[in-house]
Design a protein around this ligand. Structure first.
Ligand SMILES: [Zn+2]
Length: 276
C-alpha cells in the first residue's frame, strides 16, 4: 500500500520524468476491478484527458496529486495502486485500471492491487475532497513540531481507550502514515502497538515523535519501502526492520523473537521485550 514515503518518491519521479508530456489518449482502464474507484464515466475520462499536459505532482499524505493541465487533477495513491511508467509499449501490462498514452509514445499505467483509486477532479474540487486533507501538517514538514505532536496527546480525554496504533493511523492520525510505516516507527520508539496512547509518558511521546520523523526520513531517502514499488517498477530501497519474514527471528536490538498479531484490521509486528 502506498503511504507517504512511496507517494513522495513517485511524485518526485513524475516531476522528473512526466512533467510536460502531452496526453495523446487516456482512459480509466481496460479491465474492471471491484475495488478500483473512479469519479467519472469512462468516456468522461477519455474526453478530459485527450490533449492535456502533465503538470506538477504534489503529495498530500499518501495521495499523489498530479496536475492535468489545464484545469484538472489526477489523484492516485489512496491504496494499493501500482503506478508505472513505460518507455515503450513492450512493457505494458495486459490489464490495468488507468492508462495514459503520451504523444512521444511513452505510457503510464495504474494497476490496482487490493483496492485503490484514480480520480480525475476539477482543480477547484481538490481542496474539499475526502481523500485530501489540507488541515493537517505533513509529518516531515516544519509545521509538524514536537509541540504539535505532544498537543495531539494532550487533547486526549483521560479515559480514552484508543491504542497507539489507532492514535497514529486513524484518530487523530498522522498524515500519510498507515499500518505499513507504523511498524518500524513503533519499533524505533520502543512502544508497543497495543499500548493505550493516553498512558504514554512525555518522554515516550518525544521518543515517538523522533522515531516517526527519523523513520519517514529514512523511508523517503531510500525511495520508499522494500515492500512497495516506484514509478520504474523497482522496489524501494528502505529495508524494513519488522515484517512477516522476521517473525520468530531475534530483534536486532535485544534478541527477543519478533512476534506478529492481528490487530485493528491489519497485522502488527513487534518485539515483545523492548517495545513496552
Ligand atoms: Zn527487542
Amino acid at each position: 500500500m502506498i503511504e507517504l514515503p512511496e507517494a513522495t518518491t513517485i511524485a518526485r519521479q513524475i516531476n522528473a520524468e512526466l512533467q510536460g508530456k502531452r496526453i495523446a489518449e487516456g482512459n480509466r482502464g481496460s479491465s474492471p476491478h471491484k475495488f478500483a474507484f473512479y469519479n467519472l464515466l469512462p468516456e468522461e475520462y477519455a474526453a478530459i484527458l485527450k490533449g492535456k499536459t502533465i503538470g506538477e505532482a504534489t503529495v498530500n499524505g499518501s495521495c499523489i496529486l498530479v496536475s492535468i493541465e489545464p484545469g484538472h487533477t489526477l489523484i492516485l495513491g489512496t491504496g494499493g495502486e501500482r503506478i508505472v511508467y513505460h518507455r515503450s509499449a513492450a512493457s505494458l501490462p495486459k490489464k490495468h485500471q488507468f492508462f495514459l498514452h503520451f504523444t512521444d509514445a511513452t505510457y503510464l499505467t495504474v494497476t490496482v492491487q487490493g483496492w485503490g483509486a484514480a480520480l480525475l477532479l476539477r482543480q477547484s474540487e481538490v481542496a474539499g475532497h475526502r481523500f485530501v486533507n489540507l488541515e493537517k501538517p505533513s509529518p516531515l514538514s516544519d509545521d509538524f513540531t514536537t509541540d504539535y505532536f505532544l498537543g495531539l496527546f494532550a487533547a486526549l480525554e483521560k479515559d480514552d481507550s484508543s491504542s497507539v496504533k489507532f492514535f497514529m493511523i486513524s484518530k487523530p492520525g498522522v498524515l500519510g502514515v498507515g499500518n505499513g510505516c507504523l511498524q518500524d516507527i513503533l519499533w524505533r520508539a520502543k512502544v508497543h502497538p497495543r499500548r493505550r496512547a493516553v498512558d504514554l509518558t512525555k518522554a515516550e511521546q518525544r521518543r515517538l515523535y523522533a522515531a516517526l520523523r527519523e523513520s519517514l526520513q529514512k523511508m523517503v531517502e531510500g525511495g520508499g519501502r522494500d515492500s512497495d514499488y516506484d514509478l520504474y517498477d523497482h522496489p524501494g530501497g528502505y529495508r524494513r526492520v519488522l515484517h512477516s519474514k522476521v517473525v520468530g527471528q531475534p530483534c536486532s536490538r535485544c534478541s527477543a523473537p519478533i512476534e506478529k498479531a492481528s490487530y485493528l484490521g491489519g497485522a502488527v509486528y513487534f518485539c515483545p521485550k523492548c517495545q513496552t
